[in-house]
Design a protein around this ligand. Sequence first.
Ligand SMILES: C[S@@+](CC[C@H](N)C(=O)[O-])C[C@H]1O[C@@H](n2cnc3c(N)ncnc32)[C@H](O)[C@@H]1O
Length: 162
Amino acid sequence: MPLPGLHRIHLFNNQVVLDLWLGDATEGLTHAHAHTDGRIDAWFLDGFAPSKNASMWQPALFAQIKRLSRNNATFATFSAASIVNHGLKEVGFVIKKQKGFGKKREMLSGSITLDKTAAMITKQAPIYHRHPLKVDTQSLNEQHVAIIGGGIAAAILCIETG
Ligand SMILES: C[S@@+](CC[C@H](N)C(=O)[O-])C[C@H]1O[C@@H](n2cnc3c(N)ncnc32)[C@H](O)[C@@H]1O
């Protein structure tokens, strides 16, 4: 359904979990849960160019990118615009200018080293990790489940069983 917010899709027998956030990037990232050690290892920033889409490339977006980054997270973007360069530098990324692809003369890439406290937290196990159920679709086709009551447990059961 084309509804705003998070759409979680399990692929390849649950080996890949795709989180699709529909809506504004900053708004979506604000709602994304970060483990204590962050969440993202690599960012590919592919919004429209800042000259055509200035409202997206704002400090609030870069702050969310930092909040959700794991230690040594990397980024790459087709853009070499100064608003992107400065915005990412401001939150702590070390920026490299690279030769761009095709018609683009330059592009940016880089990485972020989080402070000592954050880097130490990275070594800790997550407090809680939910493993998706391995659903036997064959047997699901033959069975029907009715969940009566609309509480939190019911909502989680609906997600788990698809
Ligand atoms: C150059 S396209 C990249 C598409 C995608 N990376 C791909 O390869 O198919 C830029 C995309 O950024 C999206 N976009 C622009 N502003 C946005 C914003 N503020 N929040 C979320 N997405 C945005 C546009 O809708 C568009 O789909």
